[in-house]
Design a protein around this ligand. Sequence first.
Ligand SMILES: NC(=O)c1ccc[n+]([C@@H]2O[C@H](COP(=O)([O-])OP(=O)(O)OC[C@H]3O[C@@H](n4cnc5c(N)ncnc54)[C@H](OP(=O)(O)O)[C@@H]3O)[C@@H](O)[C@H]2O)c1
Length: 219
Amino acid sequence: MRIGILGAGNMASALGTHWARAGHEIMVSGRDPGKAAALADKLGGRSGTWAEAAGFGEAVLLAVRDDGVPQVLAAAGAAEGALRGRVLIDCVNAVVPGAFTLKNAGGPSVAERVAAAAPGAHVVKAFNLCHEDVWRMTPPVFDGVPLLVPLCGDDPGALHVVRALVADLGCEPVDAGGLDRAGLLEATMAFMVGLWVRGADAQAVVPPLKYAFGAPASR
Ligand SMILES: NC(=O)c1ccc[n+]([C@@H]2O[C@H](COP(=O)([O-])OP(=O)(O)OC[C@H]3O[C@@H](n4cnc5c(N)ncnc54)[C@H](OP(=O)(O)O)[C@@H]3O)[C@@H](O)[C@H]2O)c1
């Protein structure tokens, strides 16, 4: 598959490395063309402008800092329909540094804003919950259990594509609802990071599935 990556930083590198290894064709774009070209070289792909990467990808990964998202989508031609019919994967987090709250609390999620700025794109929220180093693992498996990657999106075809891209990492996808639930994924990330920086194991705050609806013995 052809994958366009908007962003030439850590997430672009981490996810792009897996996808290049899986045989996908990659085009990287960034605000620093030299940095984008260097990453593209590393991935065995090519680099281009924001608009070229958006036009190249059957799937497009949006991996820029949240404050750059509107400008990047505009430069990609999203408002003019450049991403119409394409799978647009949004991994962006908009967290207030130090406070671990959401910049957009009470308003639309980042993913919903992305969808509004990119008419016709099939937006899927994914890959926002883990640190780049986890995404670089080959594979991200903990105690023998592959990382579960929740996906929020509305288009069945796009979800099908992103499930396969998750599997390329050695992870397992799980459908987590429509794009209207993407804000929950964004809030989950902020909440978990808030625990992690306090030294708490965020994974340990929820019980195993068999206890999720009460103790098995009491049911
Ligand atoms: N890193 C993680 O562990 C992680 C995990 C999950 C989700 N995320 C999310 O993934 C996204 C990318 O994170 P990252 O770690 O890859 O960030 P990064 O390493 O800082 O790279 C971000 C990319 O966005 C570009 N950029 C930054 N501000 C911009 C602006 N105002 N206009 C245009 N381009 C801009 C950067 O360009 P320059 O290189 O020129 O600065 C770079 O190409 C973020 O939204 C982040 O919240 C990150």
